[in-house]
Design a protein around this ligand. Structure first.
Ligand code: AMP
Length: 507
């Protein structure tokens, strides 16, 4: 298929009316976490956490499927060791994949397991609020791709929950911070988890929240710091002893566990002792690993990872067309953001040496990191149902979305950083005479300034009426992103009216 030079951008941007609904309608916020989930709602204009049936503010995201009943939460977690073959934990990591969990002879898709968690959370909310709850704002990691988002929506649909918005987790944290501040703020959110870095630039001005830029990487996180430490430890060990721990699976596994512990210790201590007695046994006797590692050493060996993080932060600013001075508040979320060098790096990016002043941005620690995401979901729920009056929220796309043309080139249809909901159409045509069909291959480019990173989201075929010369047919391809950030692609031969309207999850 070939792109015609006629482009047609039908509409872009947000419609304020999308966010209005009857105040009587209860919408809750759900932080559907990997380990724990939290619920929130708005009372008297402020977000509150809904405690579960045990009075706990978090509910483990663990499901146990017994023959006669489904157990979710703390009870499921407590008996996970006894009933490991009936229990699923961390299902969020498998959302959007083909993985199936076989329990009692039945195969469950990840979204079905997630659906059980959502059904339980819904019950907790209904019990607490004393009425039916069938709408929610659910948070998802910013790095979730379309497949993972669709799977989350299917999980909610199975439970009868209508998702009013899938909200990116760092954005939710920024909503919490913005609301707690009251006044205008320009926020930088750094979410550094185990394996992902999400960067969000968000403005809160005159009661309008606007995502200004998103960036990051699904290949940077706490694990990169662990790996750097492991390399350092291996090199020091090898300097004293010819035994290669890398080739000893059990020894190496112990090293992985201890390296993470060293990293965590060095967030609060200036130095820590790594001791693994009897890490291996050789013909010459047992080997012990024993060394002192200082935070200074750790900072030095982490330099390449820190530089990568810095590059992504600067790139996010440059793509958003903003300078670091724009930021007045920094919000750090994710376990690995506790690494002191990460905080120092953010300081360095925002206030280069020489330009520091007391009025410059400071790391904000006055939001409860464990509840900030759930509260943000609650805030948006309150905005959507009118309980938080006069506040608006505008989000943007994280990646380029488009299709592959006949030469294998990527045609960008909805560029990264587009406001949504949005709908963009382009005209394409055939490349040979009597071409019977065109293939619409939907692609996502997660790349950035550094290059492309294409992900195939799916493809479909559209029959084209034969008997026309190449270049004659007018094939309209429309990309629409709804309020949830979910993409629907439709294609139509405008001359014959033949068309297909397919959402990505059906492909
Ligand atoms: P998350 O996905 O947000 O739970 O983050 C998990 C990552 O945070 C893992 O790589 C942990 O090792 C890391 N982490 C947790 N606590 C700390 C800490 N105090 N200092 C450094 N890294 C931490």
């Amino acid at each position: 298929m070939k792109k015609s030079n006629q482009d047609n951008k039908r509409s872009a941007g947000n419609s304020k009316s999308e966010f209005r609904s009857s105040p009587a309608k209860r919408i809750i916020g759900i932080d559907l976490g990997t380990t724990n989930s939290l619920l929130s709602f708005v009372k008297n204009g402020a977000p509150r956490i809904i405690p579960n049936e045990r009075g706990s503010r978090t509910t483990p995201s663990v499901v146990c499927l017994k023959k006669d009943k489904v157990i979710v939460g703390e009870m499921a977690r407590n008996q996970a060791v006894l009933n490991s073959e009936l229990t699923v934990a961390n299902v969020k990591l498998d959302m959007g994949t083909d993985r199936r969990f076989t329990i009692n002879g039945r195969h469950y898709a990840p979204e079905e397991i997630s659906g059980f968690i959502l059904a339980h959370l819904r019950e907790i909310a209904e019990e607490y609020l004393g009425g039916e709850v069938d709408e929610a704002v659910i948070t998802v990691p910013a790095y979730f791709d379309d497949n993972q988002r669709q799977a989350t929506l299917r999980a909610a649909a199975m439970t009868g929950i209508q998702v009013r918005k899938l909200l990116n987790e760092p954005t939710a944290a920024a909503l919490t911070y913005g609301m707690s501040q009251g006044g205008n703020s320009h926020m930088l959110v750094i979410d550094l988890g185990g394996g992902t870095l999400d960067i969000t630039l968000m403005a809160y001005e005159d009661k309008v929240f606007r995502v200004m830029g998103v960036g990051g990487s699904t290949a940077i996180g706490g694990i990169n710091f662990d790996n750097a430490l492991i390399e350092h430890i291996l090199a020091r060990f090898a300097a004293d002893c010819p035994y290669d721990l890398r080739n000893d699976r059990i020894a190496y596994q112990q090293l992985v566990i201890h390296a993470e512990k060293v990293k965590i210790d060095l967030s609060s201590a200036a130095s820590t002792a790594l001791m693994i007695p009897y890490i291996a046994v050789t013909d010459d006797g047992p080997l012990h690993l024993n060394m002192e590692i200082s935070r200074t050493d750790f900072n030095d060996l982490s330099r390449p990872v820190l530089e990568e993080i810095k590059r992504h932060i600067l790139e996010t600013f440059s793509q958003a067309g903003l300078a670091p001075e724009w930021v007045d508040s920094v919000i750090m979320v994710g376990g690995a953001s506790r690494i002191p060098a990460v905080g120092e790096l953010v300081d360095e990016v925002l206030c280069p040496a020489g330009a520091r002043s007391d009025s410059g941005p400071r790391l904000k620690k006055n939001i409860n990191p464990d509840e900030a995401v759930a509260r943000g979901a609650g805030i948006l729920a309150g905005v959507l149902n009118g309980e938080i009056a006069g506040v608006e929220f505008h989000d943007i796309t994280a990646h380029n979305l488009g299709i592959e043309d006949d030469k294998g080139d990527f045609i960008n249809i909805i560029p990264a950083a587009s406001s949504y909901p949005t709908e963009v159409s382009r005209l394409f045509t055939t490349v040979v005479d009597n071409q019977p069909e065109v293939i619409i291959h939907i692609m996502q480019d997660r790349g950035s300034e550094g290059g492309h990173d294409f992900v195939s989201l799916g493809r479909f075929h559209l029959t084209v009426n034969n008997g026309r010369q190449k270049g004659e047919p007018n094939i309209d391809v429309t990309f629409a992103i709804d309020l949830n950030g979910v993409l629907t692609v439709s294609a139509m031969d405008l001359d014959t009216g033949e068309g297909k309207d397919i959402s990505i999850s059906d492909l």
